[in-house]
Design a protein around this ligand. Sequence first.
Ligand code: NDP
Length: 286
Amino acid sequence: MNFLSQLTGSFSMPAAENPTVAMVEAAYRHHGLDWRYLNCEVPPESLAAAVAGAKAMGWAGFNCSLPHKVAVIDQLDELGQSARLMGAVNCAVPRGGQWIGENTDGKGFLSSLQELVDPAGMRVALFGAGGAARAISVELALAGAERMTIINRGQRGRELTDLLNGDVKQQSSGDFSAEFVTWSGDYRVSPDTDIVINATSIGLSPNIEDRLALDIDSLTESMIVADVIPNPPQTNLIRDAASRGCRVLDGLGMLVNQGVTGIEYWSGIRPEATVMRAKLEEIFAG
Ligand code: NDP
């Protein structure tokens, strides 16, 4: 007999609309794990106490979402390579008596992309320069992408490009370079681009009719077009790119795979992604 469940969870604010608990617990049930995932609303001033509580209660790990991805670093012992480069953590993992901060957002995107293509040697056009853009661009550079064009309205894009051409380039395996383009008017994707990524929040529910300022005619059949927006999975960008004959990747793939990586870090079991995706599709359809 064992009435002691393994505990995991998430600290964020607001937390009510975060569907991760449903996705992760569907995986726990599927694999017969007596594990729980608690979705906790934690204000910034309580983050340190929440993390101390998780440690004291012997949690097997936790996620951090907005606004805690940077502040949580002070509560942890070490950082994984990409989390250190990004300066942001969304997944804490106990290892060898220490708490390690990882970032699974970019890894989730990478796993989802790798189902279609290996990004090594590829040329990438990436829209946005926020947390998702940072996570994806760092992970793709570490995975051997050759060129990254950051398209952004303002200063954040330049800062991200500097990070990529500095510390990230030093740790990437191949020849890598990043360039910054100020986004104004309808952007034309260069014909030698392999992968186009929307890492902005354009198209996120409830603003589902919004479109990127992008000349759709510059998308060609040879390109892969990915969107980070998980809700709705079928964004205007995904629809437009499919109509141009591009291969497409929706934001559910990234969300599911960051969850897969987190569960694997905590439990050692690589969970069934299809079960997790089905749960999210059910939620977003409703
Ligand atoms: P941030 O707020 O950090 O960044 C948003 C980015 O979008 C900024 O670069 C911003 O530009 C840009 N942006 C927003 N509106 C516009 C606009 N009208 N025109 C041009 N640029 C615009 O958010 P995150 O990076 O954390 O998240 C971005 C999206 O990614 C969210 O919708 C989120 O849901 C999604 N996401 C998905 C994940 C998944 O697993 N599928 C994981 C994490 C995030 P500027 O810098 O100029 O302000």
